[in-house]
Write a protein that binds this ligand. Structure first.
Ligand code: UD1
Length: 442
């Protein structure tokens, strides 16, 4: 097999442009009441789907969220030659007819996580090509230097030419890789590339996110030998072959979607039970909301939250790698504390351009000032609805939360950003009593 030069696109980009321009119209203020099931984790589903190209037999993956990024990943899998069925949040995948190792630019541009196909394809074919730097939300520079340098340490040749990244190797060599930053994507890519390594690959200062542990759990079911997932040291012992049995796997619940519900209740008031959650994955946000006056009870796979009095601000919140406070919840938390009492300070340490929701919140009457990586929030009594623009996935979710708590009508434009990571958000929040419509935008 040779590197493919011909790029075949089945119109995915056009399809994604069609769904752009959606808007969500929120009639606020809402008081959220009831019970809701939290969907499976996007950030676990995407690497697990990518990893499934390595399976020897059919895989059945359940609790897959029906979101745009999952659909894009499935398009890539089909493009590579996999047979994929996606129904009722379950993917059935057969990769026996996979024949390509190139990710064309149309696909690479859509999602940051397309970069993970590099690791998986290297394990499958010892060849991989990404025809564009991976896309995704513009929340910072988001380089992939750590992925590339780790690949080189594994004995993989990496060529970059005209924005294309080509990788090849005869054998991935056992090595010890120290990550200067515990990057989620780099940790996953190293794991995916090392399944059949010579000897052992040890990742030091690996990312500890639960989604990585879920990926490793899935890979071990396939027959890989990975230890230490969820800790700072992950060891991958190379295997010669994966198991031939069919594998079934259930994706962990989405802690960011769950955290967004918690922020929405904190902003609007009400009483909600979240079902299908792992409370231990949400320690940092639960701690913040408890300190701010929310009543919270954690059960085995459920969280009960009630907010009666106005949310109390006055905290200093800093984003961190897991188990610290997640950068993906920074924007929804901003919306909740925009209507809290007192001054709350949020420091963003992971991405350098992740306050794009702030000018939109200010349009709604929020009093927030951003200086470099710090947002100072002077809580106001209430926000008022108006037309706002989503600029990225989590920032879009923050505007949605703000719209729920605001007086009057909020139009969240470009809601397709939100659809990348939240399954039918308007339907889910309607079940909790919110009034929301979806329309084609201008
Ligand atoms: C993943 C998550 C994303 C989350 C982020 C941080 C998925 C699909 N996405 O993104 O939702 O916000 O973790 O928790 O799981 N970096 C480099 N060089 C690299 C790689 C990363 O400098 O080669 C930097 C990034 O610019 C960023 C930091 O490391 O400042 C963390 O990024 P990383 O953990 O890699 O995030 P992603 O895997 O892209």
């Amino acid at each position: 097999m040779q590197f493919e030069n011909k790029i075949i696109c089945d119109g995915l980009l056009n399809k994604s442009l069609e769904v752009k321009m959606q808007k969500l119209i929120i009639y606020g203020p809402a008081k959220l009441m009831g019970e809701i099931e939290v969907e499976g984790a996007k950030n676990a589903a995407l690497p697990i789907l990518t990893a499934s190209i390595l399976a020897q037999n059919k895989v059945i993956i359940t609790n897959i969220p029906d979101i745009a990024d999952v659909r894009h990943t499935i398009e890539i899998l089909k493009y590579l030659g996999c047979k994929v069925l996606f129904e009722n949040n379950t993917v059935v995948l057969d990769s026996s007819s996979i024949e390509r190792f190139t990710i064309p630019p149309e696909y690479a541009k859509l999602m940051r996580s397309s970069v993970l196909f590099m690791g998986a394809l290297l394990s499958k074919f010892r060849r991989a090509e990404l025809s564009n730097h991976p896309g995704g939300c513009e929340i910072g520079q988001r380089p992939i230097d750590l992925h590339i340098s780790a690949f080189r340490q594994l004995g993989i040749e990496v060529f970059e030419h005209n924005n294309r990244i080509m990788c090849r190797c005869d054998k991935v060599k056992g090595s010890e890789i120290f990550l200067p930053i515990p990057s989620v994507g780099a940790t996953e890519n190293i794991i995916l590339a090392s399944i059949f390594c010579d000897g052992e690959v040890v990742i030091k200062n690996a990312a500890k996110e639960p989604e990585i542990a879920d990926l490793c759990h899935f890979l071990n079911k396939l027959g890989a030998k990975i230890r230490g997932a969820g800790t700072h040291i992950i060891k991958i012992e190379g295997v010669r072959k994966l198991k031939s049995e069919e594998v079934v796997h259930k994706v962990i619940p989405d802690r960011i979607v769950a955290g967004t519900y918690l922020c929405a209740v904190a902003a609007c008031g009400g009483e909600v039970v979240l079902k299908n959650v792992f409370p231990r994955h949400l320690d940092s946000i639960l701690h913040i909301l408890k300190s701010s006056g929310c009543k919270i009870k954690e059960l085995k796979n459920e969280i009960w939250i009630k907010r009666e009095e106005r949310l109390k601000g006055g905290l200093r919140i800093t984003t961190h790698y897991y188990p610290g406070f997640p950068t993906d919840l920074q924007a929804p938390v901003c919306s909740a504390f925009a209507v809290a009492s007192g001054v709350t300070i949020i420091k963003e340490t992971i991405f350098e351009n992740r306050f794009k929701h702030v000018p939109e919140l200010v349009k709604m009457g929020a009093d927030i000032h951003v200086e470099k990586d710090i947002a100072v929030i002077n809580g106001v009594e209430k926000l008022r609805g108006c037309k706002v623009f989503a600029r990225d996935l989590r920032g879009g979710a923050a505007l949605f939360v703000a719209g729920l708590s605001a007086q009057g009508v909020t139009e969240v434009m470009d809601a397709d950003y939100i659809d990348r990571g939240y399954e039918r958000i308007e339907e889910k929040y309607s079940l909790l009593g919110a009034k929301i419509l979806r329309e084609k935008g201008e």
